[in-house]
Design a protein around this ligand. Structure first.
Ligand code: GDP
Length: 353
């Protein structure tokens, strides 16, 4: 599943948020998601459409899409030089699809701020600098090898040239994701596993009364406002209580729901569904994926032997009370290899084994 690394300076609320995200209370109550490692939490993606489908098909199992959050501890100024948990931190973060930075906006004077005062922009700069320095060190270390590869062939030459270009950009204070690189260039340095090439998402950990406030942009992006304390409270409640609590606070959804939605948007992802009496399930695919690729998310055999996908939109599926009803109403489409899957499609794949 999609994996997101949570970073941030000490005392900004990472652990509080991480615990809340991975707590089995609230939304996650009904799902048996285990924590794989102490610092990894698998979180179901909240999606009310799944419940609507389950009402129709009454499945034995309800399986939401999941996002994996990895708590990446110990990023402090100097981490790229091996301060704190520097190296471990870098190893953990390399494996993730995106980086989510928790930034302290809450003012609580009882919680010490590492830099002495609450200053979101400066905190973000600190972390950005560490990530950039780490990437510069990576490129520098790879250069002797890249010089050799460059002499071998064209691909090697592109790699070296791009690495040098990337280094210069980093040196000017830019993340790789923000550099003007072609797809070929980005692909050529893929195996350096640079950190600043990953999409970034910012969480503003705000005071309760800031949850609906307008926040300043961070690094050119709108941060997702979350109150880690509220999330921690929510995680202790059952689904019904959680809903009442949100309502009392004037909120439509939990911070987790907002966070997951933003992460999907940032990474260009969407969901499709499969539904029947055994299982109603949500699957994650990139926007623009075609039917065989969607089938392949379920099983590689489905992709290889793909014949067609009987497809109904989520709305049709609900309106006509399931697959049989859609078929009878002429709302079940036979889609082939070139079909671009739409968000919320309910799909039934036909394939050769
Ligand atoms: P970490 O070092 O980033 O993992 O931070 P922690 O999650 O351990 O939080 C540091 C301290 O800040 C703890 O005492 C938390 O209870 C407190 N804290 C975390 N989030 C909030 C919040 O949203 N509001 C307030 N007032 N305190 C918070």
């Amino acid at each position: 599943s999609l994996s997101i690394g949570i970073v941030g300076l000490p005392n900004v609320g990472k652990s509080t948020l991480f615990t809340a995200l991975t707590n089995k209370g609230g939304l996650a109550a009904n799902y048996p998601f285990a924590t794989i490692e102490p610092n990894v939490g698998v979180v179901p993606v909240p999606d009310t459409r799944l419940d609507a489908l389950a009402k129709i098909d009454n499945p034995a199992r309800l399986v939401p899409a999941t996002v994996e959050f990895v708590d990446i501890a110990g990023l402090v100024a100097g981490a790229s030089q091996g301060e704190g948990l520097g190296n471990q931190f870098l190893a953990n973060i390399r494996e993730t699809d995106a980086i989510c930075e928790v930034v302290r906006f809450f003012s609580d004077p009882d919680v010490v701020h590492v830099a002495g005062r609450v200053d979101p922009q400066s905190d973000v700069e600190t972390i950005k600098t560490e990530l950039i320095l780490a990437d510069m060190a990576t490129v520098e270390k790879a250069l002797p090898r890249l010089e050799k590869e460059a002499k071998r062939d064209k691909a090697g030459a592109l790699k070296l040239e791009t690495a040098k270009k990337v280094f210069a950009g980093l040196n000017d204070g830019h993340r790789v994701a923000r550099m003007d690189l072609t797809e070929d260039e980005i692909a050529s340095v893929y195996d350096l596993h640079l950190l600043t090439v990953k999409p970034m998402l910012y969480i503003a950990n705000v005071d309760e009364d800031q949850l609906s406030a307008d926040l300043p942009e961070i690094d050119g992006c709108a941060p997702v406002p979350i109150c880690a304390k509220v999330e921690a409270d929510l995680a202790e409640l059952d689904a019904e209580e959680a809903e009442e609590y949100l309502e009392a606070m004037g909120l439509e959804e939990s911070g987790l729901a907002r966070l997951v939605r933003e992460a999907y948007r940032l990474l260009g992802l969407q969901s499709f569904f499969t539904s029947g009496e055994t299982e109603t399930r949500a699957w994650t695919i990139p926007i623009g994926a075609k039917a065989p690729q969607a089938a392949g998310v379920i099983h590689t055999d489905f992709e290889r032997g793909f014949i067609k996908a009987e497809t109904a939109s989520f709305e049709d599926y609900v309106e006509h009370n399931g697959e049989a009803g859609c078929r009878a109403a002429g709302r079940l489409r036979q889609e082939g290899k070139e079909y671009v899957v739409a968000d919320g499609d309910v799909m039934h794949f036909k394939f050769n084994v």
